[in-house]
Design a protein. Structure first.
Length: 235
């Protein structure tokens, strides 16, 4: 059976960059990883989306808060206007296609939420929204806190678990969930750790980094395999 083509959104600092952990996790799960361009041309981006059987929105820097109706607060980190523009354009194209599976990781879950009308905490600590440390700093292949998974959500259907142990490397998170999404998992301090579509399609975001744990963690492997399976059937 042919491997589905999985587009991976890259980092951008004047040059396109990609973390090998995403590439390796997609390949190990049965996909053919493809690093996507940073484009602001809608026709070209629509063709990029058409070529992909599914898209992984990867982690990275902060989203400009103007995109969710707020002005910049203290604590916001590095932003990339070209990356924001490209990813929100890509999400627009994917929404028009509807059946293309999407997996968002860290920044990726935030792009998904904002693109569909949700908001973010610009900085969890500065805004008093977290009591846990959500930046473990190193050893990302190891978990450091737990999340509670909501039953009936796509994440629970995939993993068949009420509680997961995850790694963490973020200072922003979903604040108001987009109208068409639902929260699927929560850290023990209440921070939203996953969102998914309410219409049954594979549109799933997680705030942690399963790609860093996928080499040895069974739950991370299940998540990537489920994504690839959805891309194979729907792409």
């Amino acid at each position: 059976m042919a491997r589905p083509v999985i587009g991976i959104t890259p980092g951008f600092n004047g040059a396109v960059t990609a973390n090998m952990t995403y590439i390796n996790a997609i390949a190990a799960a049965g996909g053919a990883p493809l690093i996507l361009p940073v484009l602001e041309n809608e026709q070209a981006m629509a063709e990029v989306a058409r070529v992909c059987d599914g898209v992984l929105f990867s982690g990275g820097g902060d989203i400009n808060p103007l995109r969710y109706g707020e002005e910049l607060l203290p604590g916001v980190g590095e932003m990339s206007a070209p990356r924001d523009a490209a990813e929100f354009l890509l999400m627009k194209c994917l929404q028009q296609m509807r059946l293309k599976p999407v997996l968002g990781i860290c920044r990726g879950i935030q792009v998904m939420n904002v693109a569909l009308g949700g908001t973010l905490y610009q900085d969890l600590q500065a805004q008093g929204a977290a009591t846990l440390e959500h930046r473990q700093g190193s050893a990302y292949e190891r978990p450091c806190h737990r999340v509670r998974v909501e039953r009936g959500t796509l994440l629970h259907q995939i993993l068949q678990k009420d509680v997961l142990e995850v790694n963490t490397s973020h200072h922003q998170a979903v604040k108001e969930v987009a109208p068409t999404l639902c929260a699927g998992a929560f850290a023990t301090d209440g921070v939203i750790e996953s969102v998914c579509s309410g219409d049954g399609r594979f549109f799933l975001g997680v705030q942690w980094h399963p790609e860093c744990m996928a080499e040895q963690d069974a739950d991370s492997q299940k998540l990537f395999r489920a994504f690839i399976s959805a891309c194979r059937h729907e792409g």
